[in-house]
Design a protein around this ligand. Sequence first.
Ligand SMILES: O=C(O)CCC(=O)C(=O)O
Ligand SMILES: [Fe+2]
Length: 397
Amino acid sequence: MSLPPYTPATPTDEPLDYVKLVNIDLAKFDDPVGRQELARDLYEAATGYGFLTLTNHGISDEVYRRQMQISNAMMTLPPEEKAPYEGIQALSSPAGGLITPEEDARGLYVGYKPAGPLGHKGGFPKQLDHYNILVHDPKNRPHPEIMRPYLEETQEVMSFIRNNILKKLLSLMAMVLEVPDEVVQATHAPGGSKTEYIRYMMCEPRPKEESEKYRDIFLSGHTDWGSWTFLFSQPISALQVLDHQDGVYRWVQHQPNGLVINFGEALERLTGGLFKATIHRVVQPPESQRHLRRIGVIYFARPADDVELRPLESSPLLKRLGRDKPMDDRVFCMADYLDARKHGWKRYEYDIDRPMDTAKHSDFFAGEYPDPEGHKSLGKFDNVAREIYVPVLKAAN
Ligand SMILES: O=C(O)CCC(=O)C(=O)O
Ligand SMILES: [Fe+2]
């Protein structure tokens, strides 16, 4: 079975308010002077927008394009072909269900997770569909037929991101924090995360009314839970970053064949808040691209499950900057952190420029997450009111 053809969209020429991101050029990594420069670039990105672009990453244009093509094929399968590969069993598809309710409660995402208000299990509805493939899947879960010939190549892409690109970023992080390389590499020990995955994603264009119901947002303002998120840059503008300084959301510009990388909450916690978890969201594309289906490929890197999310103790830099205290009043290991986040821990209201009017708009996070029987969650935070994020205060501290 061959993949249907996929032609990437033409980038928009509308003059959008783009964010100016630091670029990490990995061609400089093998040169000692170049590597020092990259460490400075990483510091600037980590303490600035928490976003960067990466060039000379080593993924060939052909492999890069094919990932987009695979994503397109996987996301546009008819619903009946997707149903058996849904993560948690949908009421509409008795055959589906790749994960147990308990795995779901622990924050494991595998297989298809369809969009739709409230979905079939309450809570956390999203306006996008995705399909996740684990880096290490002890259960060797099956994939749709169209995926099978490309599974090995996809696994190679994941290994390359993990064992090459991620490793280089971790080395730069070790240089910034002034700690031995092994200390930082150990936080991401190979095979240590049961939940690290690649995600194929799709946003279908929405009718005006539906879009307005969700404040023209596809994925509301959030920070990612892991360490770094690697986005295959794609031409349909929709991703926006919240500028910590002035509270304005700005657009991320497409970098053909480049990677767009954002910093997540785990890194923020490993550095006592020095590395900022980027607040970002996905909104309605500009006028000229609004009618297009948006296909994405994303790799979510995560520390090993047993790594405690507290500042790395041996870092002289964190000590000097007073960043050696845990950020929150509770410290979780990575696996427990996912559980806590799944249950509503640290949920902020970040869409400050498009506040929700309960009379007009639907809430992305409506509903309470129903735990499976016997699941001992680390706390139920679903009913804790969401705090409104105030960027100027964050910039000042
Ligand atoms: O689609 C994008 O550009 C970003 C998606 C995203 O932020 C996420 O899935 O966490
Ligand atoms: Fe995200």
